[in-house]
Ligand binder design. Structure first.
Ligand code: MLT
Ligand code: MN
Ligand code: ZN
Length: 310
């Protein structure tokens, strides 16, 4: 199985268009150790030819251009794409907006939870993906699904499970209340496997908490891509960027007693890669003490273009 990180930043990317925080300014200035990143997505292939993308980021066009394996083939039909499916793990803008790049009547299949399919259906701009070319299929919970493109199965199996999280910002219940109107299926994690090789890994780009069911699911996993939004829950407040904590946004943070590093300490996951890293996160500076700390804890800070083979 071929796995490629197309993008590793959280919503807004790195640098973010309107941000002059220390990280964003450094990345914009090309300072060494501050590598720019596009918004989080991975591409997976069983055979190296046909690909499924996992989340469709607003940067998808750039990501396709930077990853030739995902580009149109000169020896194919005049119009062709190796992207045969898009699997979506939530309704956030940074997970769905890239679907709009995939218009042009190219056939592929969208997979998502019922909650996210309903969101796509309720936003008529997504009708630009003509139903004659682009199928939409529901991912049922806890049931393996063989991902299919227009010409049949891709050799990739996906099992979807609900994880603690939050409904997309633009769908938050105005009345507030616990969870802001979050329902099952608003944030999902995925077990992704290649039945032919028997290999598998987990993709969980958004998560508010490692609860007992999630811990037992990923215990001993060979590879997990996980929500790396913030290093500290209040870092955006402290930096004066936004009056929101990570917890308020539905993201657990890397550090602290309730943080990701602690939560994974006893899970025995062989390879742990942070994705969806917010531009405020000090680990984006290759030389920061926070970066050294997460690496010392056995984590890799995801980078665009990183490839993993299982
Ligand atoms: C998030 O990850 O919390 C969202 O992408 C935030 C947003 O929609 O800007
Ligand atoms: Mn996001
Ligand atoms: Zn910034």
């Amino acid at each position: 199985m071929y796995i490629r990180i197309l993008g590793s930043a959280a919503g807004g990317g790195f640098p973010q268009w309107n941000c002059s925080c220390q990280n964003c300014s450094s990345a914009r200035a090309g300072r060494p150790g501050f590598r720019p990143r596009t918004q989080t997505s991975i591409a997976v292939s069983a055979d190296g030819d046909s690909w499924a993308i996992f989340n469709a980021s607003p940067d998808l066009r750039q990501q396709i251009n930077e990853n030739p394996a995902l580009g149109s083939k000169a020896d194919g039909r005049l119009r062709n794409s190796p992207i045969k499916a898009a699997v979506i793990t939530g309704g956030d803008i940074d997970f769905i907006a890239g679907l709009l790049h995939l218009r042009e009547l190219e056939p592929f299949t969208v997979y998502a939870s019922r909650r996210v399919l309903d969101t796509l259906a309720a936003n008529s701009v997504f009708n630009v993906l003509d139903g004659k070319a682009v199928g939409r299929r529901e991912l049922p919970f806890d049931k393996p699904v063989d991902i299919e493109g227009p010409a049949g199965p891709l050799g990739i199996r996906v099992e979807c499970f609900d994880v603690p999280g939050k409904v997309a910002l633009y769908l938050e219940d105005a009345a507030g209340g616990p969870g802001f109107g979050t329902h099952k299926g608003d944030t999902i994690g995925l077990k992704i496997s290649a039945p032919a090789s028997g290999k598998h890994f987990f993709y969980i780009p958004g998560c508010a908490r490692v609860d007992a069911p999630l811990a037992s699911r990923i215990q001993g996993a060979p590879l997990v891509f996980f929500d790396g939004t913030l290093f500290t829950d209040d870092e955006m407040l402290k930096q004066g960027l936004m009056p929101k904590t990570g917890a308020r946004m539905g993201h657990m943070s890397m550090s602290g007693p309730d943080g990701t590093i602690t939560a994974f300490e006893r899970l025995g996951v062989a390879r742990k890669i942070f994705v969806h890293i917010n531009n405020s996160n000090p680990v984006l500076d290759d030389n920061s003490p926070e970066r050294k700390a997460v690496e010392a804890a056995g984590w890799t800070v995801g980078e665009d273009g990183m490839e993993v083979r299982l």
